[in-house]
Design a protein around this ligand. Structure first.
Ligand SMILES: C[S@@+](CC[C@H](N)C(=O)[O-])C[C@H]1O[C@@H](n2cnc3c(N)ncnc32)[C@H](O)[C@@H]1O
Length: 342
């Protein structure tokens, strides 16, 4: 969560009255958030708003340090105080309690590892352009990290999937969906719920499928979309949060293979964050810039604008790429296009 600074604080920063340490404090905020979620602070406060001392007694923590942690979390906007007791905000209830369908708690290990292991290698990436890690190889070889990554992406997908499924034009009579790198299967499941005649196949690396959804009309297929046969006869292909993790060569090689796997007139839906959308403000633009760098350092990819994705789709043989923003946010934008009808 961004630090909330007022005009006076912003001026003090501009005039260099204070050293430029906001980035350092943002990093501390991440650790405060992760520690709190792991220790069950949000779950406990959801059950019973508490003072620092009460919460410390409930969870067996140090009272004075617990109070400091709660004060810091309130400053970051994750808690509020009423009549001396800390309680959750809507944001923390939605994302940081374990009982919420969009809980990020199981995904926090992934954030921590990315911040502490991947990002310290940024210099190397900037020097030679290569990612810090063979990211998906790393996940395949580390079951806990893979579980945490899937938990994080699944939580975000659960928030986005219903609106996204409504925005996807499933052709009349469509029978088969291929969810490329679909991992947890949340986007496929949302389509299956909406369209009782559909069957979906999630193609992903073996470890990623460990925690995937189960459904009689959902098939999980372990394999690589880079090197394995994609099959054919699909009516819809989902390519969600995949393009940003690939280099230009891999994207250019993948899209024509997906076109060939679709029936004539079949639909591809690319879901991603497109950098050329209208941004509501400077904070969003800054976050998108950091996300761009994150995709490069973690996986060798980058943010691609709708204009570029649209061009790549046309070059791969798709028609009429359209831009949709089902949640009116930049977190999931869609590029929808069709293969030619014969
Ligand atoms: C950022 S996640 C996106 C997951 C899901 N599509 C979503 O939008 O929430 C990328 C997914 O691609 C999978 N993946 C990466 N490289 C792959 C490959 N070569 N073949 C198959 N799946 C791959 C990962 O395992 C992971 O599940």
């Amino acid at each position: 969560m961004p630090l909330f600074i007022n005009a006076l604080e912003a001026a003090a920063h501009r005039l260099s009255v204070v050293p430029p340490m906001f980035d350092y404090f943002n990093a501390l905020g991440l650790h405060a958030l992760i520690a709190a979620a792991r220790m069950g602070v949000f779950d406990a406060l959801d059950e019973r708003p508490s003072t620092g001392d009460e919460l410390a007694a409930t969870l067996g923590l140090d009272p004075s340090s617990t109070t400091m942690l709660l004060r810091a979390l309130a400053g970051l906007g994750y808690l509020r105080i009423r009549r001396g007791r800390y309680r959750l905000t809507r944001v923390s209830r939605l994302w940081f309690t374990t009982g919420s369908a969009t809980s990020l708690v199981a995904g926090l290990e992934f954030w921590e590892r990315t911040a502490c292991v991947v990002w310290p290698r940024l210099e190397k990436t900037v020097r030679d352009g290569s990612p810090a890690t063979p990211f998906y190889e790393l996940l395949e070889n580390d079951p806990e990290l893979s579980r945490s990554f899937q938990a994080w992406t699944a939580a975000v997908a659960r928030r986005q999937a219903p609106a996204t499924a409504r925005a996807i034009p499933v052709p009349r009579g469509a029978g088969r969906v291929l969810d490329v790198g679909g991992g947890h299967g949340v986007f496929s499941m949302a389509l299956l719920r909406r369209h009782p005649g559909l069957r979906a196949t999630v193609l992903d690396l073996p470890r990623a499928l460990d925690a995937a959804a189960e459904h009689p009309r959902l098939t999980l297929r372990a394999g690589s979309f880079l090197s394995d046969d994609l099959g054919g006869g699909y009516d819809v292909v989902l390519l969600f949060n995949i393009v940003h993790g690939l280099d230009d060569e891999a994207v250019a090689a993948l899209l024509p293979r997906l076109a060939a796997a679709l029936n004539p007139g079949g639909t591809i839906v690319v879901g991603d964050q497109f950098g050329d959308s209208v941004m509501p403000g400077r904070a969003s633009r800054t976050l998108l810039g950091l996300l761009d760098l994150n995709y490069r350092v973690a996986a060798g990819g980058r943010v691609r604008g709708f204009a570029e994705v649209s061009r790549l789709l046309r070059e791969a043989g798709f028609r009429r790429p359209r831009h949709r923003r089902p949640l009116r946010s930049v977190t999931t934008e869609l590029a929808i296009a069709e293969t030619r009808r014969r």
